[in-house]
Every structure is written in C-alpha cells, then in structure tokens.
Design a protein around this ligand. Sequence first.
Ligand code: PLP
Length: 354
Amino acid sequence: MSDSIQYNFSPGPALLPKEVFDQGAKALVNYNNSGLSIAEISHRSPIFESLLEEATQLIKELYKVPSHFEVIWVSGGASSQLAIAPMNLLREGESMAFIESGYWAKKAINATREIRAVEVLASSSGNSYTKLPELKITECRSKYLHLSSNETIEGLQYSEYPDVGKPLVLDMTSDFLVRDIPFDRVAIAFASAQKNFGIAGITCVLVNTNYLLDEKDVNIPSIFNYRTHIAHKSLYHTLPTFPMYMSLLALRWIKNKGGIQQMQRNATERSSLLYKVIDEHPKLKSITLDYRSKMNVCFKTNTALEEEQLKNHLKENNIIGINGFPTIGGFRASMYNFMPIESVEFLCKILNEF
Ligand code: PLP
C-alpha cells in the first residue's frame, strides 16, 4: 500500500478518520485486551452487548430520539429497507406516496411497487433530476410519504422536508447524523453506515412504534418484521460485529467533535467552499440547479476534452473517487461527516489551478 496521501472523495464506502481506523485495526487483532478479535466475539457476549448498547444510546443522545421510537441495527444495506419499510407499514390495498427526485427515489418506488401500490406526487425526470421537483398537489391519497433526503447520485438535498400531511419514511443514507430529523412527522428513518457513521455491512433504523402495524395485520417473514428486531434488541440474528464496532467508534468521534449541529456546520462550510470555486470558475459548471446537496457536489466542464484534462489533473494530485455516476458523467465530490476541511481546501486549490 502506498504511503502517499490520497484525497478520497468517494460516494461511499467513504473515508473514516485515521484514529478510527487505527482503533478498529487494533480491535480486529485484540479487542480491549480481551485476547480476542472483535470479529470472533459472539454477538451475544456481554462485551458485544455493551458496545451495541453504547452505540444505540449514542444515536438516541445525538438525535434526542423520542421515547416512542426504537433504534434498531440490521445487517446489510439501506437498499433492503426500501422494501422492508413498506412491508412493515402498509396493509394490502394501502399505498406509499413518493417524490421522484432521482435515482434513489426511483429505486424506492420500484421496491415498494413489488409489494404495494405507489403514488408518485411529483417528478423531476423532465429536468433530468437537476433540481428537486416542485410539489403542486393539494391531496395525497397514500398513508405515508417516502423521501430520499439526499439524492447521492444527482447531488440534490431537501433543505426542508415537504409536508403533505402524511408521516414520512426517510431514506437518510447520505445525510444521516448531518441534519435534524423532524420526529413529530416521521414514521421510519434509516441509513446504512458506510457514508456517515462507519463501514459497509450495517444499517441503523429509527422506528416510530406508533405506526407499526398490529401483529395480526402483518403477513411477512419474522426476519423482515421490525417488531422482531425490536423485541430481540437487534440480536435476532448475528449482527456483523466488526462493522458494529466501527459504527460505535464513528459515533463516539461525532459526539466528541460536537454532534449533529457541528456536523451540519461542517457540511455547510465544505460545500459552500466548493460551490463557490465551481460557480466562479470559467471552465466549470454546477450540474444541479437548485437544492444543491451539501454532501455530493456534482459539476462538469464545458467540453469532453476539458473533462479528460481535469480527470488527469485530479489523478496527478491524488484526488480519487470524484468521477460522476456513469449515467450523469462529469464529477461528483462526496463529502460526508469525516471529510476534513483541509481536503476540500486542497481540492479547491487544485480546481483553481485548472
Ligand atoms: N439510499 C441512498 C440515498 C443511497 O445513497 C444509497 C447508496 O448509496 C442507498 C440507499 C443504498 O444503500 P446500500 O448500498 O447500503 O444498500
């Protein structure tokens, strides 16, 4: 492995602070001087139960989670939740509303459609998802509104969540622990860890128990039922122990650095710096026109030749993970909770040299 600094702007899995990786590496060999690797510890051992409890408490504390919410941890990614949330919330004949804001909203629509009916309230496909759709409706027939809080691929983010008078199902995979959650109108909020609070392998789900269907109304396998995971305190089956520990370390780091308000300020500072350089640069243009994301900054050059030149210039300066999603092209700088401001300043300098 090279010792040279890499500036990693990858959309996820994303970077973690060196001290978190160092602690994780130590635990992989010998967890807290137990003589055991964190990867060989039983998920039912007191050691693991205590770290799981600490991580759960940290989520509750950082988000001031109300008492009628349960925090559960499940193995796997957020994609599963796109299907599991509607399974847990909708009876036969009921539907979920969506705002088709980009790639992840479309994925969610398709996942729900496999199980229940969907109602699309607005779409920005006509604008190639360069802005969030305008919501003109006055009536929503569905029981819930699903929102992709931040469209990771297109670089669009709600500054405030729209209100159609229905509880929200929030996919916060790319802006979890970066912004507040309006708990008074949320049914479910979820995010996988590999962008903002850990490594791939685990997902955190906040469940408003007031909205869970009665047992008699749920006709799904136990493993998909949120009630199962709540009843077993996330230990119904083997939670991936190492990813869970990495999330705990990441959560401790977030708390020590000032919590969600500070993460929010950092995200604003990083993205403002970068958008300013892009907006003032003669050879660069922002791809998104409105509701520009603080997490994923998407931009392009004026010509294909310049795109090639910029790609090389970035590569020569060890800036990696910054190519746009293949269907969109251009560039996308992803800057989650652990992205140091110094790396963004360096990227700005390199762009200004171009
Ligand atoms: N939702 C959003 C907004 C995402 O950005 C992603 C992944 O990038 C997902 C869902 C899917 O997450 P996972 O890859 O953990 O299944």
